[in-house]
Design a binder for this molecule. Structure first.
Ligand code: SF4
Length: 338
């Protein structure tokens, strides 16, 4: 059940069973996209038809959970209409918020659906008070989803500056090293922009190729990583490739670990963050259930006894078991690189 006094746990849903799993395992809110290019997880077989979206929202609402719809890619010259129609649909279906990045969509939603809360997508890369104030003034955003480039101290300071604009941060899941919404790595290799097509490594460009005892992952023919016997192959994403940069092959840009905020949960809550976002609409129902449940337990434990809160070993082990690379990081929440 949702508790407005507590920080929100916001879970991803790539399909209806995953949405139900998130609701059943303690999410306060879920987010999902339609089955087209209007959201940045446009993988084949993922996302919601109109009727599935209606069922998902109904299921969430019957359990006191909010349902946010992601429309965070950029309308294209050839057919911009689908983006605007998707906002119409989200409003008609009774979504609790639309997650937008593009100025024209923000303007459209703000003018046509003043009662529909707008959450500014991480794709808009708004990471300082002046940028957030711009979006609040012009588009009355209710919330900003912060890029994964700030420390907790900066988030705390930002909250003091942005007043009643809610802050949502990534709490768990895959890490994107670029200033969000500004990545050209995959466009360079595949010719397809994640900001337009909604996916970094489109499935049609992905190949797993056996080479003797080794397994290669390739994206549009480009070698992303080669795995020896017993090594677990990751889905090929350019930034997490293992490249031969000097005389050895290594993760030259980013290790494939998952972001995990648990160690900093007290600092996050007291900094005034409103919502903890779990990344991974492309992940399985079991991943979503597992991560949501651990986050629920951790948040509840903090509210029960903030003084005695510490992340349990079992939570960390469980989350590591579903992490990319089976490991985790605090990313920029604690580190200095930005
Ligand atoms: S390729 Fe990597 S850095 Fe670029 S958008 Fe995808 S996850 Fe982010």
């Amino acid at each position: 059940m949702q508790n407005s006094q507590k920080i929100e746990i916001l879970a991803p849903a790539g399909n209806l069973p995953s949405l139900k799993a998130a609701v059943d395992h303690g999410a306060d809110a879920v987010y999902f996209g339609f089955r087209n290019a209007t959201n940045a997880r446009n993988f084949e077989g993922l996302n919601f038809s109109d009727t599935e979206a209606a069922s998902g929202i109904d299921y969430a609402h019957r359990h006191g959970v909010k349902a946010n719809i992601v429309l965070n890619t950029y309308p294209q010259v050839e057919d911009p209409g689908i983006w605007y129609r998707s906002i119409d649909l989200a409003a008609r279906l009774g979504a609790d918020a639309v997650i937008l990045a593009n100025l024209s969509l923000l303007s459209y939603a703000c003018q046509h659906y003043p009662e529909l809360p707008i959450h500014l997508s991480v794709q808009a890369s708004a990471s300082n008070a002046a940028a957030i104030e711009f979006y609040r003034r012009h588009f009355t955003i209710q919330r900003v989803i912060l890029p994964r480039v700030l420390t907790i101290a900066e988030i705390r300071r930002l909250k003091q500056q942005v007043g009643d604009v809610e802050l949502e941060i990534f709490a768990f899941g895959g890490l994107c090293v670029m200033a969000e919404g500004r990545c050209h790595l995959s466009s360079y290799v595949t010719g397809v922009s994640p900001n337009i097509e909604g996916v970094c490594s489109p499935a049609r460009a992905v190949r797993f190729v056996n080479r003797g005892e080794h397994l290669q992952t390739r994206l549009n023919g480009v070698l992303i990583a080669e795995y020896g016997p017993g090594e677990e192959a990751a889905y090929p994403t350019i930034c997490k490739g293992r490249y031969r940069a000097t005389d050895q092959a290594y993760h030259a840009m980013e290790e494939p670990g998952s972001l995990n905020i648990l160690e900093l949960l007290p600092e996050v809550i007291t900094a005034g963050v409103r919502s903890l976002k779990i990344e991974g609409r492309q992940r399985t129902k079991s991943y979503i259930a597992t991560v949501t449940q651990v986050m629920r337990q951790a948040v509840d434990a903090w509210y029960q006894d903030p003084q005695d809160f510490h992340p349990r070993g079992s939570w960390i082990r469980t989350l590591n078991s579903v992490s990319e690379g089976r490991s985790h990081t605090l990313g920029t929440y604690q580190e200095g690189w930005q």
